[in-house]
Write a new protein. Structure first.
Length: 275
């Protein structure tokens, strides 16, 4: 099996399965999240290609993959062109943690590692359930606005809502939908978590705090406006466990001491804090 991975989530899952040897191509974003792939690139065993939005059938056909694996976000036109060129494509579009479990199971089957896949699913499920049990009796469940993108403002995905709820919070708004600064201001969240797609940990918190009506928000006044690295919340892979721990630390710093690293707005300036 020769696999071309068009998203980091695919490469992360294959890494967790111990089957990076199946990859013949991946994106540069995969290299950032799975450093072990860099050695394969240096050895000439792995090609670096464009992602699900901009890859072309020409660059894929030259690599002769048996299967092209893509996951959200992707551009339908790109995948349609690849299919038309004769490349087999498996495109994943998870929404919930249950969907992500099913995708892990599917990739594990393709990779010939079903037992390892079931173990990954068990580990992910156990981590979430353990967090739910740990936070079930906390006296306060802060109201949380999670932002996946800033222009326009977009609520984070359903699986992020599930993580927030497991971490002892209340998710405000409808996952994956567009909102406005005014709507967020009217909700007056206790905590704001920003994880912009593709931005890493570089969300400009000062600019968020300066949005109309946000200066008086409880979260901004109390310095509870956080940036969580994009890859911890927006990548549908087992690494979401790290995102869960980061969320829990941001929501309940008095309970979770050193479970992750987030960047927080400290009144009028942005500082890096460990929570």
């Amino acid at each position: 099996m020769r696999i071309a991975s068009l998203q980091p989530s695919i490469s992360i899952i294959l890494d967790c399965l111990g089957r990076l040897d199946l990859l013949v191509a991946c994106t540069r974003y995969c290299l950032d999240q799975v450093p072990a792939l860099r050695d394969r690139v240096s050895a000439g065993k792995l090609a670096v290609i464009h992602d699900s939005w901009s890859t072309t059938s020409a660059e894929l056909l030259a690599l002769r993959p048996d299967l092209v694996l893509a996951s959200v976000p992707y551009r339908n036109e790109s995948l349609a062109a690849i299919l038309k060129a004769g490349c087999p494509v498996l495109a994943l579009a998870p929404h919930s943690l249950a969907d992500i479990e099913q995708d892990i199971r599917l990739i594990a089957a393709v990779a010939g590692a079903p037992a390892q896949g079931e173990q990954l699913i068990t580990d992910l499920r156990d981590a979430v359930n353990q967090m739910r049990r740990y936070t079930a009796d906390l006296p306060r469940r802060p109201r949380v606005y999670c932002e996946e993108w800033g222009k326009p403002l977009i609520h984070s995905q359903l699986w992020v809502r599930e993580l927030v709820e497991a971490a002892g919070g209340q998710f405000l708004g409808e996952p994956g939908t567009v909102t406005t600064p005014e709507a967020v201001a009217a909700a007056d969240p206790d905590v704001i978590l920003a994880a912009w797609c593709g931005a890493g940990d570089r969300v400009p918190l000062e600019k968020l705090a300066a949005r109309p009506g946000w200066q008086d928000l409880r979260a901004v006044r109390e310095g509870r406006l956080y940036c969580i690295p994009d890859e911890l919340l927006n990548t549908p892979a087992p690494t979401l466990v790290d995102g869960l721990r980061a969320i829990a630390a941001a929501l309940h710093p008095e309970v979770f001491g050193t479970s992750g690293t987030v960047r927080a707005l400290n009144r009028n300036r942005s500082v890096t804090v460990r929570v």
